[in-house]
Design a binder for this molecule. Structure first.
Ligand code: AMP
Ligand code: TRP
Length: 325
């Protein structure tokens, strides 16, 4: 199977990104043709710091490597290094109904954050994402729940293109993790964990042990006293149970049994300890790769070449089908 996924370079990577997306990438890379992209062109649809962007892009590559993505098994590259993404985006623009773009949840949320955020790129964001996916004929797109709607739109654009211009694109399918597709904020468990929210609300993959303890200690729970999963009535404790379960690889039901009779404080202490142990290798590997910039750039160059040759052959086919010479 061909797998494609991507993460934006801006903002810190948090455990939601890991449990929702990268953890799946890790296991998928062994038996599939995987392509993992740093989607810098998506990141510039919201205000950002030009001085910092290039470092953030490199840092994300470091993070992919630190999180276990193996450049021998998967292609790792930067979106803006392969021109065909923007080219295909334009071509797909011409067949995408505006109504489909206006109803995207992410667009609605981001554009509501203030008039100055409303640019055409923000609206057309899902078309660029469709171009990313369709260029490589990806069968599967492993993402967290918030991106499901965008992958569905990519599928619908592919279907439309195929029926208008002839069979060209593979119809992609999103793959959500069975658990962890939507890790919630620890300060407001009714909202998804997001890197654009204040730091106390998310746990970075690279938080220090002290920071992890502090954040978990102040995680919002409820006034019940038992450790039981109930997403509707008790979103805070349920989110913490999910996180515990995913890091320990023990089912939620079993965790409930293990924690029976324990106080919230005790449970939180154990959760913090578990996360500190599980996240330690990421911190260590990140430090290692950060000091190997030449190597990381070389990986990205190889990724660019590999992605480019696949993308160029696809874009030629698309242009031919569309009658462009
Ligand atoms: P982003 O940080 O928006 O570039 O997202 C990168 C990947 O992480 C995407 O596949 C998202 O669906 C996933 N993701 C982001 N936030 C969460 C969350 N709170 N829970 C689970 N997955 C998430
Ligand atoms: N929009 C995705 C997000 O914010 C990132 C992304 C861009 C992506 N292109 C993609 C994810 C293609 C999967 C496939 O998380």
């Amino acid at each position: 199977m061909r797998i494609f996924s991507g993460i934006q370079p801006t903002g810190e990577l948090h455990i939601g990104n890991y449990l929702g997306a990268i953890k799946q990438w890790n296991s998928l890379q062994h038996q599939n043709n995987c392509i993992f992209c740093i989607v810098d062109l998506h990141a510039i649809t919201v205000p950002y710091d030009t001085e910092k962007l290039s470092n953030l892009i490199l840092e994300k590559a470091v993070i992919y490597l630190a999180a276990g993505i193996d450049p021998e098994k998967a292609i790792i590259f930067v979106q803006s290094h392969v021109k065909a993404h923007t080219e295909l985006c334009w071509l797909l623009n011409t067949i995408t109904p505006l109504g489909d773009l206006y109803r995207m949840t992410q667009y609605k949320e981001k554009s509501q954050k203030g008039k100055k955020n409303e640019n055409a790129g923000l609206l057309n964001y899902p078309i660029l994402m469709a171009a990313d996916i369709l260029l490589y004929d990806a069968d599967i797109v492993p993402v967290g729940e918030d991106q499901k709607q965008h992958v569905e739109l990519a599928r619908s654009i592919a279907r439309k293109f195929n029926s208008k211009f002839g069979e060209t694109f593979t119809l992609p399918k999103e793959q959500l993790p069975t658990e962890g597709a939507r890790i919630m904020s620890i300060t407001n468990p009714k909202k998804k964990m997001s890197k654009s929210d204040p730091e106390a609300s998310y746990i970075s993959l690279f938080d220090s042990p002290e920071a992890i303890k502090k954040k978990i200690k102040s995680a919002v729970t409820d006034t019940y006293k038992t450790i039981k999963y109930d997403k509707e009535k008790r979103p805070g404790i349920s989110n913490l149970l999910t996180i515990y379960s995913l890091f320990s690889e023990i089912e939620v039901k079993e965790v409930e049994k293990e924690m029976k009779g324990k106080s919230y404080k005790k449970f939180k202490d154990e959760l913090a300890e578990l996360m500190i142990i599980k996240l330690a290798p990421f911190r260590k590997r990140r430090e290692e790769f950060l000091s190997r910039e030449v190597y990381v750039k070389e990986i990205l160059k190889q990724g660019q070449d590999a992605a480019n040759s696949l993308a160029e052959s696809k874009i030629s086919e698309v242009k031919r089908k569309m009658g462009l010479i």
